[in-house]
Design a protein around this ligand. Structure first.
Ligand code: ADP
Ligand code: MG
Length: 358
């Protein structure tokens, strides 16, 4: 990677609201599901940006917005400096080729009635310029080889493959148009733990081979650690902490990141004994009723009155601004620069009565 890698994708103020309607004949909008509620990040050429958060935090919606499976309610997505979020027709088609998606579930994302060759070659129907008809079979066989599958399997059907092999097929399809960016939405979550690492390693190898940039989505911090250069932690439609591997894993400053990390299994029993446990109670609140102020406050053990009123922005905490060091990275918490106080029993729990808006 170059020293100051250029931005290949810049996301600013990205918002996706799904209208909540009542009534059958006369649909009336009664609210909105705020699936993505103001997301900013930059993907640099050649890097892997991990996006992590519990289920329902809006990760897949971000992925769909990036590959134009959904249209944003607001905000911009710039690819090499050009806002592509409002493109349509030919211009959109040309850009879409460069940003491809690998889906979460290789069991449902591959059409069971199509052969592997037809699945992988399907993108060429939309972009025949990439591979003329006479050339396609050979291209697909190349792709099978590239993802570690026998090119002779070209006429087989998805059900004849294991989960890991199916995800390799999904990856081959994602590569067919020679994209620059791959948005991988939980690409190993549906796989057995034993094959997860193999697929992650494959993605890692393909990245250097084809100079790809990855947005790698996961609900588990441990999976993205190996592959990510930087990680963004998402909660209820927003990125709440963003930093390098060391910043996020060794010096997390947002209580939500700290809670997610405390749930990651630690193999070393010594290290395990020394780490405080943080209990995250309750579920993620509904994105149709996001708490006022800090959206994490209803589950946060640090929450105070201020958190019900003031929205914390994703920024480097004030006290760290003049310093360098791993704690000085953007975090959307009013208390990000405070040292964490661990109670005597070693557990951190949300206050029994989380502050309510008066
Ligand atoms: P994640 O991938 O992090 O689990 P999603 O992006 O799939 O989260 O979903 C975020 C929120 O948006 C969820 O509450 C989900 O129910 C809601 N959502 C997603 N897609 C739609 C849709 N098409 N219509 C209404 N709500 C949706
Ligand atoms: Mg998802």
């Amino acid at each position: 990677m170059p020293e100051t890698p250029e931005a290949i994708l810049e996301v600013r103020g990205l918002v996706k609201y799904y209208p909540l309607t009542r009534g059958i004949l006369f649909k009336k909008q009664v609210g909105a599901v705020k699936a993505v509620d103001g997301v900013d990040f930059t993907l640099r050429a050649g890097e892997t940006l991990g996006i992590v958060g519990e289920s329902g935090c809006g990760k897949s919606t971000v992925a769909k917005l990036l590959v134009h499976l959904e249209r944003p309610t607001a905000g911009s997505i710039s690819y090499k400096g050009e806002d592509i979020s409002k493109l349509s027709g030919k211009a959109l088609k040309a850009v879409r080729r460069n940003i491809q998606m690998v889906f979460q579930d290789p069991y449902t994302s591959l059409n069971p009635r199509m052969t592997v060759g037809d699945i992988i070659g399907e993108p060429y129907e939309i972009h025949p310029e990439v591979a003329p008809k006479g050339d396609r079979r050979r291209k697909v066989q190349d792709l099978l080889d590239v993802v570690g599958l026998n090119p002779e399997y070209i006429n087989r059907y998805p059900h004849q493959f294991s989960g890991g092999q199916r995800q390799r097929i999904g990856i081959a399809r994602g590569l067919a148009l020679q994209p620059e960016i791959i948005v991988a939405d939980e690409p190993v979550s549906a796989l057995d733990v034993s094959v997860q690492a193999q697929v992650v390693n494959l993605l890692d190898r393909l990245q250097s081979e084809f100079r790809l940039s990855y947005l790698f989505i996961a609900h588990d911090l441990s999976i993205v650690r190996h592959i990510s250069d930087r990680v963004g932690v998402m909660y209820l439609g927003r990125i709440v902490e963003l930093g390098t591997d060391t910043e996020i894993y060794e010096h997390p400053t947002h209580p939500y990141t700290q809670a997610l990390l405390s749930a990651v299994p630690v193999p070393d029993p010594d290290a395990r004994a020394h780490r405080e446990r943080i209990i995250l109670t309750g579920d993620v609140p509904s994105p149709a009723a996001i708490p006022s102020g800090c959206r994490f406050r209803t589950r946060c053990w640090k929450a105070q009155e201020r958190c019900t009123i003031e929205v914390p922005l994703l920024a480097v905490p004030e006290t760290f601004r003049l310093q360098t060091g791993p704690a000085a990275h953007p975090s959307a918490c009013h208390f990000a620069s405070e040292k964490q106080v661990v109670p005597p029993d070693g557990t951190l729990q949300p206050p029994p009565n989380p502050p309510q808006l008066r």
